[in-house]
Design a protein around this ligand. Structure first.
Ligand code: HPA
Length: 281
């Protein structure tokens, strides 16, 4: 669905209205939890969890992301809202549908967005189970959530992408990782549509163009967040090694297992980051 400008604004207002009637929390921090990364949601002292189907104009979840909920609560003493379950392009949603929740979070007052995902490692120095801070991205999804009429009240026609991932939050995460003795990689995330995994030739190509990790999410949400000038922090869990000359067949179970193993590290890092988040500029 490619909504005209005024309709998008109306839909955001209607979704926001329902949420505001359900909870009095007004968090300025939003979190999107990726595949297999639900543990952080359990760390949130929940005030309220709203199933996506109760929020007007939220996409209807497919089977895989069936327990989609917007969780409001406190994490490390800060008010947060977290998406438990995200929408993927390969499920058939449009880019506008995938990113609608980010628009709603912004309308609710969220100014800092933390995104997480499971990704394949392309950098030969990366190992399964590593955490990677996303420092930049490459959009190879062949689409963009901002295509179509632009609503100037939300953001500019040509949003700047010179710093999609906040440098100060990257630096803060590096400080925290050092203190907590967590191994933290840094790299460029490339997004493809999926759902088929990549061929050896594609992995070789992705490495050649400068990517360190590959996945099927995050980029649309980050583009829309930056359109509205939100500050973004992105974290990938490297769930498998995508080295073209030593490639092994990959099962979803392996991805989920690696995500589960690395999840406590991610939870620790994000919790501490939230605790130390400076006021949004
Ligand atoms: N490609 C390869 N490996 C992965 C991906 C992907 O998109 N996501 C998680 N592991």
């Amino acid at each position: 669905m490619n909504r005209p400008v005024s309709l998008l604004r109306q839909h955001i207002a209607e979704a926001t209205e329902v949420i505001r009637l359900t909870t009095s929390m007004r968090p300025s921090i939003g979190i999107i939890l990726g595949t297999g990364l639900g543990e952080l949601a359990d760390r949130i002292e929940q005030e309220c969890a709203i199933p996506y189907e109760n929020i007007p104009h939220f996409p209807i979840s497919t089977v895989e992301s069936h327990h989609g909920r917007l969780i409001f609560g406190r994490l490390a003493g800060r008010d947060v809202v977290a998406m438990q379950g995200r929408f993927h392009f390969y499920e058939g949603y449009t880019m506008q549908q995938i990113t609608f929740p980010v628009r709603v979070m912004h309308a609710l007052g969220v100014r800092t967005l933390i995104v997480s995902n499971a990704a394949g490692g392309l950098n030969p120095l990366f190992r399964r189970g590593d955490l990677m801070v996303i420092v930049d991205h490459i959009n190879l999804m062949g689409d963009n959530p901002l295509i179509g009429p632009n609503d100037e009240t939300l953001g500019p026609r040509f949003p700047d992408m010179s710093e999609p991932y906040s440098r100060r939050l990257i630096a803060l995460a590096e400080d925290i990782a050092l203190e907590l003795r967590l191994k933290l990689q840094k790299g460029v995330y490339v997004a493809l549509t999926g759902p088929s995994l990549e061929t050896r030739a594609e992995y070789r190509f992705l490495r050649l163009i400068g990517a360190d990790a590959v996945g099927m999410s995050t980029v649309p949400e980050v583009i829309v967040a930056r359109h509205m000038s939100m500050e973004v922090f992105g974290l990938s869990i490297i769930t498998d090694e995508c080295f073209p000359d030593a490639l092994q067949p990959l099962s979803l179970e392996e991805v989920l297992q690696a995500a589960r193993t690395a999840e406590p590290k991610m939870t620790q890092l994000i919790t501490e980051l939230v605790a130390r988040l400076p006021a949004t500029p």
